[in-house]
Write a protein that binds this ligand. Sequence first.
Ligand code: ATP
Length: 251
Amino acid sequence: MTGTHSGGSHGGGTGGHGRAHGHAQAGHGAHGARGHSRAIALFGGTFDPVHTGHITVAHAVQRRFHLDAVYFVPSSRPPHKPKQSLTPYIHRYAMVSLACADHANFIPSLAEAPDGATPHVNYTVDTVRRFKREHRDDHVYFVLGADQFLEIPTWHNYEQLLDSCDFIIASRPGFRLDALKLVIPPEKLSRVGSSDTNVIALIKSRVHLLSTVTSHVSSTEVRQRLERHQSVHGMVPAKVEEYILGQGLYR
Ligand code: ATP
């Protein structure tokens, strides 16, 4: 999510409680039925492909914030990666679904699925808003790695995005968490601040720093290794590895 344009699209989506969740799904009524507010997170990305770093982040976030669900939202065309040639959405979504299959609270989301002939860009700010509308009773977090948060000023309407929900920023090797505050416009910061050093208090939201994630895996490295016909065993979930090899992706 970057890009002069804005935001990312990565994600945002929502997922459906029946395990794949899509736009058409109205209501997400499960939380209402439970009669209490849930905590849920959107985890957006190109997921080209989804890898063990993503799963590590999702697990860490789920445990730390006691989340009821983590929605993985593959983007159809992220504004910040306009030139990168992406693997077709259908494959990236299939791999995300396989990666979620072994985890009861991980839900693949179709929220940013391509919707027709015209190429379109999804902006994170819109996806988060829509997601919040659809999950009115839930506390919604948006999850991203430190590398992506540092790019957030280039996202579409990023100031509104910062106001729209709480964020969880996962550490990523090579990126310093103490630099994150610098990308937040000073006027957005709460005067009161936070006594918790892992929380940046904004006037309308909070940014939580999750410093315990240390995965070095990236999709770029996975793709490069596959192009060189090297093994990616252990870098992607086993079912995803099987899918990649079976479909002959990234060759
Ligand atoms: P690429 O190498 O193609 O840029 P990526 O590995 O960064 O891809 P994305 O799908 O762009 O994967 O990532 C989705 C989200 O997950 C982003 O917010 C990114 O910062 C975060 N993320 C990806 N890998 C890690 C990791 N190893 N540790 C922490 N966060 C990660």
